[in-house]
Design a protein around this ligand. Structure first.
Ligand SMILES: [Fe+2]
Length: 180
């Protein structure tokens, strides 16, 4: 279950209904996948071969096709990051820049953790959404945000795209304090 931390006020929001209601107000899609469907051997595995990636994608085929049908995604893939990823620190530096996309950025976490730091409305400012396996989130199109890992420094996530060229980020020049 996701946990939200509002950077300016240090408010922490927990619990499904509270998290859902906060994110709905900010225009952020939040859903949940049943992680018990995933075979045990893939729940804590962060170095995945193509066959294992296919296995995860086929386990959640129904959920992926449902999301794609509702929201227009045309392609999807699986990303795995851990200390075994070459240049992890360089990749994280890139992910940690505030940026926007010309489509919404949807991620379904299937193992490990990740944090999206999202610019909320004027009153709220930036807030962290800490995600764990089963959490599905979508940052709205054009909404400034960035992504990083948590202390475990490992994540596996399904990414869905409308544009067929995959992940394209456009830098966003922030004029206010991002906080923390
Ligand atoms: Fe992004």
């Amino acid at each position: 279950m996701a946990v939200i931390k509002v950077r300016n006020t240090e408010e922490i929001i927990k619990g499904h209904d509270q998290v859902l209601s906060f994110l709905e107000k900010q225009g952020v899609l939040y859903e949940h996948w049943d992680m018990s469907k995933l075979q045990d051997g893939l729940k804590e595995k962060f170095i995945l071969n193509d066959q294992e990636k296919e296995e995860i994608l086929s386990t959640y085929k129904e959920e992926i096709e449902d999301l794609a049908g509702r929201r227009g995604y045309k392609t999807w893939d699986l990303i795995a990051l851990s200390d075994a990823t070459p240049n992890l620190d360089e990749l994280l530096k890139k992910f940690e820049q505030v940026h926007v996309h010309t489509e919404d950025e949807v991620r379904a976490i299937t193992a490990g953790h990740g944090i999206f730091i999202i610019k909320g409305d004027e009153q709220t400012g930036y807030f962290d959404v800490e995600l764990e396996a089963g959490d599905v989130i979508s940052v709205p199109e054009g909404n400034p945000h960035f992504f990083t890992l948590m202390e475990d420094r490992q994540v596996v996530a399904v990414r869905l795209f409308i544009e067929t060229e995959g992940w394209v980020a456009h830098p966003y020049q922030e004029t206010e304090e991002v906080g923390k």
